[in-house]
Each structure stands twice: as structure tokens, then as C-alpha cells.
Design a binder for this molecule. Structure first.
Ligand SMILES: [Zn+2]
Length: 215
């Protein structure tokens, strides 16, 4: 691996540890990947790894076009196809974070939209899509997850399973994933209080979706 790829691995190791600590996933679920901008390969966590115990040797360098293993661990994650399909449709994306955030998945399964309440939710998440339940680790799930984000959306809930969250950088994808689950937790609290409508002011949401606004 190149020094740049080794640096991306270090960033993903930190994200895995923080994501488990924040309750965004139980350690043995989920997988992470990143690529150098413009590269035809990405680093992805290997099969069976625990996200809070990742080591550099737990990553595989795979070709984005066909999933061929180029370096590192010989067995990439069973969900690597989701990452590769996403990179193929999104040249602007350099990190894909697949986690199993409980509240996001719960609300989606109940048919309750995740509402963006704060300016952080709106700025980082912007929009949430979802796919129906599709067996994990299949080409069908990979294609559905990629199709859901092909037009620029960065957060998709995979029904009864988890999320796939994208970013131009590892840091941005991580912030998006954290804000997605925080928005879901806020939505659940609002529903428990009997509120079904409150959300971030629509004018602010329109501004961030147009590429403006800040937090
Ligand atoms: Zn999963």
C-alpha cells in the first residue's frame, strides 16, 4: 500500500473505535472503506474484523472495478461489493461507512422518516434515503445501495440492516454517520413525546441542500 493508503487505514481505524464507542454499531457489525481521490482501488476492512479492534493488517486493498484483491488481508468484508458499487457511481466520494445504527434502522423499519432537527443534522445529513430489506452481502444489496445515492444523496438506510454513509473524506463520512444516528435518536424522542412534525427550519435545509450554510 502507498503511504496515502496507509494514512487512510489509520483514519478508518480511528473511526471504527469511535463508532463503536458512540453506539453506532456493535463491534462485529459494519465495515469501512476509503480511497485516494481518483484512485481505481480502495482499502476496506476484512471479513470478520471488529470495528473497535482494527489493526492495519485487517484491511484489504481491492480494485474498484472488479473487487480483485491487490494487497493486504486476503479476504475483504462480505459487504465490500456495496462499497465498490458506491465508488463506481460516485466519483466524488472517497469514504464509505457502513454501520448498523440501531435507532436509524428501527425508525426506518417502522416507516417513520428520520427528521433533521438541528443545524448539524441538516448540514451533515441533508437527505436520507432507504432501500427495502435485501439479503446482506449480495450483489443485489450492493446495487440497490449504490442506486440510492447515485444522484448525490450521502445517507441511505438499508432496510432491517444498517446504513451506508458517504463522504469526500473519511472525516466527513464519519460526521455524517454520527449525525444520522443522532437525528434518528432525536426523532424517536420527539415521537415518544407525541410530536410528529418538528424539524429544522425548511429555509435552512434548502440552503444547505443548495450547498450553502454552515454549522
Ligand atoms: Zn452490515
Amino acid at each position: 500500500m502507498t503511504p496515502q493508503q496507509a494514512d487512510l487505514v489509520e483514519q478508518l481505524i480511528a473511526v471504527g473505535r469511535k463508532a463503536v464507542a458512540a453506539g453506532l454499531v456493535i463491534g462485529s457489525g459494519g465495515n469501512l472503506s476509503a480511497r485516494e481521490p481518483g484512485s481505481d482501488a480502495c482499502v476496506v476492512t476484512c471479513s470478520g474484523s471488529w470495528l473497535d479492534e482494527l489493526r492495519p493488517e485487517d484491511f484489504t486493498l481491492v480494485a474498484i472495478a472488479d473487487g480483485a484483491v491487490r494487497d493486504g488481508h486476503p479476504k475483504p468484508s462480505s459487504e465490500a461489493m456495496l462499497h465498490l458499487a458506491t465508488y463506481r457511481v460516485r466519483a466524488d466520494v472517497n469514504a464509505v461507512i457502513h454501520l448498523h445504527p440501531q435507532t436509524s434502522v428501527l425508525l426506518d423499519a417502522l416507516g417513520k422518516p428520520i427528521r433533521l432537527l438541528t443545524i448539524d443534522h441538516a448540514y451533515y445529513v441533508r437527505e436520507v434515503r432507504s432501500t427495502p430489506f435485501i439479503q446482506s452481502g449480495t450483489p443485489e444489496l450492493a446495487e440497490a445501495g449504490a442506486a440510492a445515492v447515485a444522484d448525490g444523496c450521502n445517507c441511505v438506510i438499508l432496510g432491517h440492516h444498517g446504513c451506508s454513509v458517504l463522504g469526500e473524506t473519511v472525516e466527513l463520512a464519519h460526521k455524517r454517520a454520527a449525525n444520522l444516528e443522532e437525528a434518528a435518536r432525536a426523532t424517536l424522542t420527539m415521537l415518544q413525546l407525541g410530536d410528529t412534525t418538528t424539524a429544522c427550519p425548511p429555509e435552512y435545509l434548502a440552503r444547505v441542500r443548495a450547498g450553502e450554510g454552515s454549522v
